[in-house]
Design a protein around this ligand. Structure first.
Ligand code: RTP
Ligand code: MG
Length: 136
């Protein structure tokens, strides 16, 4: 069933010139771009996006990282888009992410891991409303 998911190409992806490489993988798989935004977020936006993580030990450096430069945020659409994006992204830590995945091929970090993908249909709904209220 066609559904939508929220993807972030994090500041490391932009700094490293990997927007085209990464977006190309989603498009080649068959997902379509529904909306896109490019810019730098502030700490309040990071806190809202990562609400489930704000109390975690790893959150302060994550917050500094995701506010450190521009990101590309987008809504992708297609069959099982939430699961498909997570599979293409690979495991959180690039060191152990499977080869063939975005993180497995392109990241060696547990934090600077290039991409975010919504982890459930419920998360996707919340995150799309946060980043693209006009789609609501
Ligand atoms: P994402 O939300 O970005 O798609 O990644 P994920 O589901 O694979 O990972 P999650 O557990 O939701 O963590 C969110 C982001 O926080 C950073 N992180 N750092 N121990 C650490 O230093 C640590 N753990 C997670 C990563 O940038 C991760 O993507
Ligand atoms: Mg997550």
């Amino acid at each position: 069933m066609s559904e939508r998911t929220l993807v972030l190409l994090k500041p490391d992806a932009v700094r490293r010139g990997l927007i085209g490489e990464i977006l190309g993988r989603y498009e080649a798989k068959g997902l379509g771009v529904v909306a896109m935004w490019f810019g730098t977020i502030d700490g309040d936006k990071a806190d809202a996006h990562y609400a489930e993580h704000v109390e975690r030990d790893f959150y302060p450096p994550l917050r500094a990282f995701v506010t450190s430069g521009p990101m590309a945020a987008m809504v992708l659409e297609g069959d099982a888009a939430v699961e498909v994006v997570r599979l293409l992204n690979g495991a959180t830590n690039g060191v152990v992410a499977a080869p063939g995945t975005i993180r497995g091929d392109l990241s060696l970090s547990n934090r600077e891991n290039l991409v975010h993908g919504s982890d459930s249909a419920e998360s996707a709904e919340r995150e799309i409303a946060l980043w693209f209220p006009e789609l609501g």
